[in-house]
Write a protein that binds this ligand. Sequence first.
Ligand code: ATP
Length: 234
Amino acid sequence: MLTIQDLHVFHGPIEAVHGISLEVEKGKCISLLGPNGAGKTSTISAITGIARSTGLIRFEGRDLSRESVEARIAAGIAVSPEGRRIFSNLTVLENLTLGAALQKDAAEKAKDTDHWFSLFPILAERRDQSAGTLSGGEQQMLAIARALMARPKILLLDEPSLGLAPKIVRQIFDLIADLKARGMTILLVEQNATQALKLADYAYLMSSGRIVAHGTADDLGKSDKLMAELTGVA
Ligand code: ATP
């Protein structure tokens, strides 16, 4: 569904990603793992069109690498960004509605908010509350639900577990597993390799802007050295 080939990503004059290639098949959960500064977020930003890049970004047979951010959203790519980036002073419902900016049909928009509220009951309870009053885990759920409002074909999740307590992290991963079971295609960026590998059908490990290992969770899990590197346990 999504094919990345020889992707280089730039922030001004700085090259953050040095020619990576990866593949996300329809209905699969693919994980991009690696330490801080490895280039994971830069890769996501290149896919969404926020960061400048060279190389191929093919989505459903179409080369999107020169397309605008809006065209990529319209093509079916949505992101739940690192750090959530919800609008704190807007309500939960307003945040959700903003996720469907390209949906002009108000009735369809309302249908979608109802649908996601049924899957995220905690958000439904807080629909008229300003988003800034939500807990970290709830804000993460809102960021994911907002991305889903665009009716994406692929969901890019950038560090959904970052800064959350272990119990909440498990809830977020359960939610991602649920989305996967519903057929969503997911590219999951994570530093939490242990949890991400439980979900992922295939994973890529990035370090210093390059992919240094890739394989199924089983393949990667068999290497103690790699797991030590992934989980930061020497
Ligand atoms: P993190 O978990 O911290 O987000 P990451 O693996 O996602 O790590 P990136 O954020 O993609 O890594 O960063 C890769 C490299 O690019 C780092 O060296 C970082 O300092 C640099 N970088 C990222 N964003 C910018 C920017 N806007 N301007 C300049 N350099 C940047």
